[in-house]
Design a protein around this ligand. Structure first.
Ligand SMILES: C[S@@+](CC[C@H](N)C(=O)[O-])C[C@H]1O[C@@H](n2cnc3c(N)ncnc32)[C@H](O)[C@@H]1O
Length: 339
């Protein structure tokens, strides 16, 4: 069977693009289009579904056109039909429940006709709540329009293992990027000091299982969720989940990599307490760290974190501040190193 080449648009969160670019490289020619978008040329949609730093993948066409109605032309529709046939060839099969058009002016008669044509091509009827997301927008070059279909019913960022909706859980594509920046390898000993539902450590198992992995959280409900998630993820590698205040828990030291995504705003805590906790986490991290250990603090409490760092706590040195952006939130990773 001849394979179809797709010009994919990969949607990423701001702050994840470089990591996603590295991850997509083995799949084909990839380039950065902007802070939230990559372009990938590939014939392997099954491999695309494995991308963990990408929010969504869209296949599509960019055509010379002055108006969206030109997308109704037979040659464009036939090519879309070929791309769609390949979307349907994915294994396991992706089942779509309705086609949702996302476009400026999606209610205009012209756009509605485009949506109907796409529904006819794909055999998936239009539905404002549909999971086959179709996008129509102007192309990058003047005088072009772009039509795209998401290749999966759920975003790639949605993890099948996440069965518990834990408040404040970190987006999995951000977690995977944080782990890239921390450079976690098979020889590392990793501690997530405020593990919540376990996102960091479970994501890590999808890359490489570290020599030792420990997650701690105050809340028994968090540890229950983390255990359930680890079981559902079915990845090789052991994680020890401990309930308790990481400041007091008895834990064997020697961690080469530590991560914490402490409470922020008033979620799970109060602002003033959060600042004290940030300082305590750095101090406790220093007690548990191996020489030259690295720690990643992912927090929304930027000003408070700067204040804590100004006191040069416990011998940590700031290597980098890395900004993320997600739906109105600006979490930032403070990448720290010992001595
Ligand atoms: C923003 S949530 C972490 C979410 C997690 N990254 C996830 O993806 O599910 C912050 C967590 O810190 C925990 N926490 C707060 N203070 C703590 C402490 N002193 N020791 C351990 N965990 C703590 C809270 O119970 C909460 O689960």
């Amino acid at each position: 069977m001849t394979r179809i080449t797709h010009d994919l648009v990969l949607e990423v969160l701001e702050g994840c693009a470089d990591s996603a670019l590295q991850e997509a490289r083995p799949l084909g020619l990839v380039r950065t289009v902007g802070p939230t978008e990559l372009a990938l040329v590939t014939d392997d949609l099954d491999a695309v579904r494995g991308l963990r730093r990408v929010v969504s993948a869209f296949t599509g066409l960019t055509v010379p056109a002055r108006r969206p109605r030109e997308l109704l032309e037979t040659s464009v529709q036939q090519r879309l039909g070929e791309l769609w046939a390949d979307v349907e060839r994915q294994r396991p099969r992706q089942r779509f429940q309705g086609l949702r058009l996302e476009a400026a002016g999606s209610d205009t008669p012209e756009m509605r006709r485009v949506a109907e044509a796409l529904a006819e091509r794909t055999g998936v009827s239009t539905d404002p709540e549909g999971d086959l997301v179709a996008r129509v927008r102007r192309g990058g070059a003047p005088g072009t329009w772009q039509v795209m279909l998401r290749t999966t019913p759920r975003p790639l960022a949605t993890r099948a293992w996440r069965t518990v909706n834990y408040p404040g859980a970190v987006n999995a594509t951000i977690a995977a990027t944080v782990l890239d920046l921390l450079q976690v390898g098979a020889e590392d000993s990793v501690l997530d000091m405020t593990c919540g539902s376990g996102t960091f450590l479970i994501e890590q198992l999808h890359d490489v299982a570290p020599a030792r992995a420990v997650g701690t959280d105050l809340e028994p409900a968090a540890i229950d969720a983390a255990r359930l998630h680890q079981r559902a993820a079915r990845r090789r590698g052991r994680i020890d989940w401990l309930i308790g205040d990481v400041r007091e828990l008895e834990i064997e030291p020697g961690f080469t990599r530590m991560v914490t995504n402490p409470p922020w705003g008033t979620l799970h805590g109060e602002h003033a307490e959060n600042e004290q906790l940030l300082a305590d986490l750095l101090r406790r991290g220093a007690e548990l760290a191996a020489p030259r250990a690295r720690m990643g603090v992912l927090t929304h409490e930027i000003t408070r974190m700067h204040r804590v760092l100004a006191a040069r706590p416990a011998g940590w040195r700031l290597r980098e501040e890395h900004r993320f952006f997600q739906k109105g939130h600006h979490p930032r990773l403070f990448l720290l190193e010992r001595g």
